[in-house]
Design a protein around this ligand. Structure first.
Ligand code: UD1
Length: 417
């Protein structure tokens, strides 16, 4: 599984470029299964979740080829309607192939999804939406069988603005008969990116990025070439790396607008964030001030940066209240941060973080992608050496994180088991 060995105490300095957004690429690759011409997707990050979804596509019969940082998908040969259980269990987003397969062949089967252990992550909104689109759905024995000789446009109200359900329904509705309206839709930039990819294939979608999305079904889709947006969560991780190490990092290749939530909180904490054309320069001296943080759907503070922000607050001056409202339980990193000397108490959906002047190196374990990033960040600030284990979680979402941090001056190396 491997680990990262980090010796803390160095201020990080320099320039780092972010990859394409993992959370955009995953639904786009799933949507490449929709019938029609091939897709050429640029700016694809070489992370394990992407490799997993590519494995799902090829196991279904698609031809997938890497061309540098682009991925070409030709789904013309897809014959199977059943996604392999082992792959879907590995990553929740693999479940998003159900709708495209259904649109393609009128029937699809998939096992219930796995993925990061961050609380119970139901799929009821996906199922409800697919049923509203006309699918007959049977659940049992750990899997789902969906049948829909014809999908028809409908009006779906999402009980909460789920990113995945919004994406899954938007994709599935592209080839439905008539118009689909998704109300209380999620507004994340990745949804806008997915809509842009679908539009390039000939889909008719309006309102992506707002609470109401309208999809007018078309009879066929075509080929498309699309460039994925920058990964705002990777960018936010480097912003916090500058803040926690007391350094200065130019985070390049970003859309600053997508990072407003993180930028506002870092500024409130006394960190300097300068917005430039496609880049952010983040500078910090001394300890940050404690600030309260509440995770919210976009454009609020992203849940995926909650753990990294908690690492920063662990060394802030003062006491911070961090409240997780998106996921039911996403505090597995707390016990690990405490092993490094952090003073954190969990009370329901909130964590009270009493900032300490410093952390101490320790042996800790990543429990999910962002928890792993938080521990690496904490280790950068800690006195002495830390070993962050179960690093396969980190590899699901970050490409070459240790090389990027090393190029910024961090003392970090990977240790294979
Ligand atoms: C996506 C992101 C993930 C991010 C999350 C929230 C991808 C691949 N992953 O995950 O990194 O942390 O958005 O920004 O894009 N829910 C239900 N029923 C459902 C679906 C979701 O109750 O059918 C709940 C979840 O349990 C959770 C909340 O909705 O409490 C938000 O989840 P959702 O937005 O669906 O997250 P994902 O799409 O899985």
């Amino acid at each position: 599984m491997g680990s990262m060995v980090v010796r803390g105490g160095r201020a990080l300095e320099g320039r780092v470029a972010v990859e394409g957004a993992k959370n955009s690429v995953l639904p786009i690759l799933a949507a490449s299964l929709l019938p029609g011409g091939p897709s050429l997707i640029h700016n694809v990050p070489a992370v394990n979740d992407v490799f997993t979804v590519i494995e799902v596509l090829t196991s279904l019969g698609a031809r997938v080829e890497w061309r540098g940082t682009a991925v070409a998908v030709d789904a013309g040969g897809v014959g199977s309607r059943q996604a392999p259980e082992a792959l879907v269990r590995r990553m929740r987003a693999a479940f998003w192939v159900l709708g495209p397969l259904l649109a393609r062949s009128g029937q699809a089967a998939i096992s219930l999804p796995g993925g990061c252990a961050i609380g119970s992550r139901p799929i009821d909104l996906h199922v409800k939406g697919l049923a509203a689109l006309g699918a007959d759905i049977e659940c049992g024995h750990g899997s789902i069988l969906a049948r829909a000789p014809r999908l028809r446009g409908t009006r779906v109200y999402l009980d909460l603005p789920s990113v995945g359900a919004t994406e899954h329904l938007m994709v599935t509705a592209t080839l439905a008969e008539g118009t689909t309206i998704i109300e209380n839709a999620a507004e994340e930039p990745e949804i806008v990116d997915l809509a842009a990819y679908l539009a390039a294939r000939g889909a008719r979608i309006s309102g992506a990025g707002t609470r109401v999305i309208r999809v007018e079904g078309v009879t066929e889709l075509g080929a498309a070439e699309h460039t994925v947006i920058p990964d705002r969560i990777e960018a936010g991780t480097f912003m916090i790396a500058a803040a926690i190490s007391g350094g200065e990092i130019e985070v390049a290749g970003v859309i600053p607008e997508h990072l407003k939530g993180a930028t506002a909180k870092l500024r409130e904490a006394g960190v300097t964030v300068e917005e430039g054309e496609g880049q952010l320069t983040v500078r910090a001296t001394g300890r940050p001030r404690a600030v309260d943080v509440k995770t919210l759907p976009y454009p609020g503070f992203p849940t995926d940066l909650q753990a990294p922000m908690m690492a920063l607050m662990a060394v802030a001056e003062g006491t911070s209240l961090i409240t997780e409202t998106v996921f039911e339980s996403r505090f597995a990193h707390v016990d690990e941060l405490k092993r490094m000397g952090a003073d954190i108490v969990i009370e329901g959906r909130s964590a009270l973080v009493r900032g300490r002047p410093g952390l101490t190196g320790a042996s800790v374990r990543a429990t999910d992608i962002r928890a792993g990033a938080a521990l690496i960040l904490a280790a950068l600030a800690a006195e002495g050496s830390s070993e962050v284990g179960a690093i396969h979680h980190l590899d699901r979402g970050y490409a070459g994180l240790e090389h990027k941090l090393h190029s910024l001056g961090a003392d970090i190396r990977r240790r294979e088991d």
